[in-house]
Design a protein around this ligand. Sequence first.
Ligand SMILES: Cc1cc2nc3c(=O)[nH]c(=O)nc-3n(C[C@H](O)[C@H](O)[C@H](O)COP(=O)(O)OP(=O)(O)OC[C@H]3O[C@@H](n4cnc5c(N)ncnc54)[C@H](O)[C@@H]3O)c2cc1C
Length: 463
Amino acid sequence: MLPLERLRRIVGAEHVLLAPEEMFAYECDALTWLRRRPAAVVLPGGTAETAEVVAALSEAALPFVARGAGTGLSGGALCPEGGVVIETARMKRLLSLDPWNRFALVECGTPNAEVSRAAEPHGLFFAPDPSSQNVCTIGGNIAENAGGPHTYKYGATARHVLALTAVLPDGRVLRTGSPLADPPGYDLAGLLVGTEGTCAIGTEATLKLTPLPRAVETLLFAFRGVADACSAVQRVISSGLEPCTMEVMDGATIAAVEASVNAAGYPRDAGAVLILEFDGGDAAVAESAERAERLCRELEVLACERARDRAHRLKLWKGRKGAFGAMGRLAPDLLVQDAVVPRSRLPEVVARVLEIGREHGIRMSNVLHAGDGNLHPNISYDRRDADETRRVLAACAGILQACVEAGGTLSGEHGIGLEKRDYMSLVFGEEDLERMRAVRDVMNGRSLLNPDKVLPAREPKTP
Ligand SMILES: Cc1cc2nc3c(=O)[nH]c(=O)nc-3n(C[C@H](O)[C@H](O)[C@H](O)COP(=O)(O)OP(=O)(O)OC[C@H]3O[C@@H](n4cnc5c(N)ncnc54)[C@H](O)[C@@H]3O)c2cc1C
C-alpha cells in the first residue's frame, strides 16, 4: 500500500500528486505509443528527501522510477505497474561552480542548457548538447549517456561526469567519483552513466566544464540526396579535418522544417543538407572551413552558405534544432528512431531504411549525426490507428535489423528503455546479458527501481 502519510511528511503534501488528471502527463515520455499511468508522483527537494522517499517505497515493496523532464525517447521513465514516479523537477540548484578547476556541482533535475548558461560568463560550457537541452535534465542525460550534434568532437555525457551522488534503491546514499585526476578505486560514477535509471537515482552531479572555443565557423551545404551528403562527410574526415559537428537532414526533413516556425531558409529543392561546423582558434578554424568548402564543392553541391556572424549561424542551426518540433505538425505522433552504424555504411543503410519505410507504407524523415554514424529515422503517424501503429513497429524492427547487419547497434544515444529491451538479444548473447543483470542486481537486487527496462527477463532454466 502507498505510504501516503509518510511521503507527505517527507516532501510536503503539495509535492505528492495523486489526482487522475495530474497523472496524464506522466503516462508516457516522448515515445508516445507506450503508456502506463502511475499510482502517484512524488517530488523530493534534494538528496536527503529522495533517500527518505526511496526508503519509504522500498519498505512498502512498491516499485518506482526516476523521471527528469520526460523527454526520453525509449520509454525509460514509464512507471512500473502500480508504482510511483520520483520526479526531479524541484532539484535544480546550481550548488557551486569552480571556473579555476573547471567543474560545476549541480542537482540532477537541472536542465542541461542551464549549466552552460551559468558557465558562459567564465568562458566555459557544458559540452553535451542534446537537441532537447532547454528542458532535459542532467539526471536524464547521465542515465541515457546523452549525446547531441557536438558528440563527434566532445564525446557523449559519460566523458563529462566527474562525480555523482546517487540514492540506491534501498534508500542509502552513494557518493562516488571525484573532480581530481584518476581517483582511486572502481569508477562507480562511470558505471552508473548509461544505466538508464535501473541502478540508482542520481541527485547531484559534478560536471566537467570545457573552455568556450574562441572561434566558430558554420557551413551549410545542399545536395541532391543523403548519399552525396554522406560522401561529403567521408571526404572531410578522410582529409584529416576535425569538424565539431556534421549533421545531415534529408529532403522530407527540409520540407517539414521550411513549412514550420523553425524555417531556416534551407533550399527546398535539395534532397539533403549538411551542417558542418569547426571550432577552436581563429586562424585554424577559418582555414579548416575554407578547406572543407573546397572539398565539398568538388562534389555536386546545389548550394553552400557560410555563416557571416552569430545571428546567421543561429539561423542555420534553427532548422536542425527545431526539426523534431517541425515534424510535430505532420501527424499526431512522432517516433524518433535511433540506431548507429559505422559511418562508412551510412549511405547504403539510409537507402535501406527508406526502402523499409516504403515497404511498410509509412511517412518518414531522416536526421543524422553523420560523423557518429548515428541515424534518426523519424516516423510520423497516428497511434490511434492500430494498423498504422503495427506497420510503424514492423518498420522499426526492420530498421534495427538492417543496422545490426551493417555492423551497427540498437541505439546511438536514446537508450534501450522499454522500447528496445526485447531487441537486446540481437546484439548480446545470453551470457553477456547475464553479466549485466548481475551488475544491476548488486545495486537493485529487489528490482524495485525501474524494474523491467533495458535488460530482457532471464530465460527460464530448462529442467
Ligand atoms: C525533441 C527532442 C530532441 C532530443 N534530442 C536528443 C539528442 O540530441 N541527443 C540525445 O541523446 N537525446 C535526445 N533526446 C532524448 C532525451 O532528451 C534524452 O534522452 C535526455 O537525456 C532525457 O532527459 P530527461 O530529463 O527528459 O529524462 P527522462 O525522459 O525523464 O528519463 C530518461 C531516463 O533517465 C532516467 N532518469 C531520469 N532522471 C534520473 C535520475 N536523476 N537518476 C537516475 N535516472 C534518471 C529515467 O528513469 C529514464 O530511464 C531528445 C528528445 C526530444 C524530445
